[in-house]
Design a protein around this ligand. Structure first.
Ligand code: ADP
Length: 637
């Protein structure tokens, strides 16, 4: 096949446009990205060589930088796995990750809203632009690559505009050379000279010092230095060094190398297993959630598995449960078989032990963070809390741990979040229940009439509004510190001491007799909409509210089911009215004076609609509802 021209995928075009026109700060990172890719390719090659001897390399695995100040080019060369022609076209022409379209749309929007200002690099960094970062510094990029085992190579070239060309080409050995034709530094935005030895040295030292392969530099036309053969990087596998000897900057750069994230990590965790077998790990919790955290197939670079310093695989899912899928880093085991396959991993007892240990370490360090820096912990929770809560759906997990980490909104605090342990501390001695309310939003929850009786008695109610909350709360969550979970908008609510309850029961009996007639009339007015009308013990200031029968699906849950296209059962709520509210008292009188007064049925509909709105729901017939309200207003004038 000869030379072919291809259009970049639309998202790549958008991305390149952003890179070229709005990212001016910290362009040095392009080199880190290229070196990381080269190092990944070497990892792959080395691993492939373990099982297929024909792919083994005779010489040394290395990365070479070649700078030519005269031609203004910089090449990054590796003797790694290389790419086939198909791989070149798809790897360097598309973004195969789900959610990319939406993510780029938000980037574009943020750029527009800031006028010509630059897009925050952290945003782009979240996306992991990798190879495309070359276009921040180069006006043209060439790639010459040959896949290990293939007879010849491929040449790729693009000016970053809208298209690229691919053609067959000769390359003596397998590997990849990426050549950047650098932009001129007279550009409006000052560019460093990326052909200068000292500039390159500094960048490599700063960003890629721990890369496990030697990175060597050649400057064309430069003097031959004595130590020209010496690598620019120290190559120390950071995770096997004693924790105390690794400084913060090294940790940060290592994190960026393994995660391809451009932001600093939130925290790091050293893990060490000793005993019948040995393993070490260096893990990181990111500070910003990646854009594709909620895309099922995400797990783009999670934990890398090494065996005795030899890279085995990227995103080793077996080492972390789904609900900690945002954790990144490296695990290095001493005694695992070198050619483990994915299938074997799942059953491997050592992997299971490592995983258990890692989960423990990560959760402990998050708890420590909460203790030492509650503000940062709260930021963490806002980014990753909903993912952690997914773990509550998994019966095989130690859900207790997630309860320990959980923060929730509560009636006890206006804006702060609270930990379950603190809730337990504040409870009355005989309270056996976490009371909670799950609503479409926290605003709706905070103003819900369901809270009235609890507020009146000073009982704390936890407020939930993440979609995931409906799911775990609905599945009989296990007790935490001997406390059950009870939704306050479900079933009958029974607050107060045993004596109070006994007394209330008697009073209730009398009240029920007194309101019997009105309730029957109201029920007739809303018989198509509700299951039952009854007196409420949970209201103090509102005239009415809607509750679910015990075991019925909640409104938000029904919404989730509807959205997932499932058949939704016809669940009707119960309308509870507050016998102490003046409106309800007046209705009772009205009904006693004239059992056929049509206004009572009208009011039943209004009470129902109002209660629906207070729950953040929608009235079934908004036009009819407003007609009733208007009439009422008119009558009152
Ligand atoms: P990422 O590295 O985040 O996957 P990149 O845009 O940097 O994204 O690279 C896309 C893909 O191109 C890589 O996943 C890899 O498969 C391939 N690639 C990039 N550089 C090299 C290289 N030096 N050798 C082999 N493959 C490479």
């Amino acid at each position: 096949m000869s030379s072919e021209s291809h259009e970049f995928q639309a998202e790549v075009k958008q991305l390149l446009d952003l890179m070229i026109h709005s990212l001016y700060s910290n362009r040095d990172v392009f080199l880190r990205e290229l070196i990381s890719n080269a190092s990944d390719a070497l990892d792959c090659r080395r691993f492939a060589g373990l099982t297929e001897t024909s792919l083994q390399l005779d010489g040394e695995y290395a990365i070479r930088l070649v700078a030519d100040p005269e031609k203004r080019t910089l090449s990054v060369e590796d003797n790694g796995i290389g790419m086939t022609r198909d791989e070149v076209v798809s790897n360097l022409g598309t973004i195969a990750r789900s959610g990319a379209v939406e993510f780029l749309a938000t980037l574009e929007a943020s750029r527009k809203s800031e006028g010509s200002g630059e897009t925050a690099p952290e945003l782009i960094g979240q996306f992991g632009v990798g190879f495309y970062a070359s276009f921040m510094v180069a006006e043209r990029v060439e790639v010459l690559t040959r896949h290990a085992g293939a007879p010849s190579g491929v040449h790729w070239e693009s000016g970053g505009d809208g298209s690229f060309t691919v053609s067959d080409a000769e390359r003596e050995t397998s590997g990849t050379t990426i050549t950047l034709h650098l932009r001129s530094s007279e550009d409006e935005n000052e560019l460093a000279d990326y052909t200068n030895e000292w500039v390159l040295r500094q960048i490599v030292k700063r960003y890629s010092d721990f890369v496990a392969y030697p990175i060597r530099l050649e400057v064309e036309g430069g003097e031959t230095r004595e130590n020209a053969d010496e690598p620019l990087n120290s190559m120390k596998a950071i995770w096997i060094r004693p924790a105390g000897e690794v400084d913060d900057d090294e940790l940060k750069e290592f994190y960026k190398h393994v995660s391809h994230d451009w932001n600093d990590p939130l925290t790091h965790v050293w893990a060490r297993i000793e005993g019948t077998f040995e393993a070490r790990g260096l893990l990181f919790v990111p500070s910003v959630a990646p854009f594709d955290l909620y895309h099922r197939e995400m797990a783009h670079r999670g934990i890398q598995l090494y065996v005795k310093r030899v890279f085995i695989m990227d995103e080793c899912r077996e080492l972390m449960p789904e609900y900690l899928r945002f954790v990144k880093g490296v695990v290095d085991a001493e005694d695992l078989s070198l050619n483990v396959s994915r299938e074997m991993l799942q059953q491997d007892a050592q992997i299971v032990t490592i995983r258990t240990h890692l989960v423990k370490k990560v959760t402990e360090s998050l708890l420590a963070l909460r203790r030492d820096d509650s503000e940062r912990y709260r930021e963490f929770w806002e980014q990753f809390g909903p993912v952690l809560k997914e773990g509550l759906l998994d019966l095989a997990e130690k859900r207790e741990r997630i309860y320990e980490l959980m923060l929730c909104a509560s009636t006890h605090h206006e804006s702060q979040l609270t930990a379950l342990d603190d809730v337990v501390e504040r409870m009355a001695d005989d309270q056996e229940t976490f009371y909670y309310l799950s609503s479409p939003s926290l605003e709706v929850a905070r103003s819900s009439p369901h809270l009235e009786a609890f507020t009146a008695r000073g009982i704390e109610v936890l407020l939930f509004a993440d979609p995931i909350d409906e799911l775990w709360l609905k599945r009989m969550p296990p007790e935490y510190r001997d406390k059950r979970w009870q939704s306050i908008d479900e079933g009958e609510i029974d607050l107060g001491s045993a004596r109070e309850k006994e007394k209330a029961k008697e009073e209730r009996k009398d009240e029920e007799d007194a309101f019997k007639g009105l309730i029957a009339r109201l029920r007739a007015g809303v018989q198509n909409d509700v299951k039952e009308v009854r007196l409420s013990s949970r209201l103090t200031t509102s005239p009415a509210c809607l509750v679910r029968d015990e075991g019925d699906l909640s409104g938000p849950m029904l919404e989730i089911l509807k959205q997932s296209g499932r058949e939704v059962p016809d669940v009707k709520p119960i309308l509870e009215i507050n016998p102490e509210h003046p409106l309800v008292e007046r209705l009772k009188t009205l009904h006693e004076e004239n059992g056929d007064d049509p206004r009572v049925a009208e009011y039943a509909q209004l009470l129902y609609g109002q209660a629906m709105l207070a729950d953040g729901g929608r009235v079934d017939d908004p036009v009819e509802f407003s007609r009733r309200v208007t009439e009422l207003m008119l009558a009152a004038l």
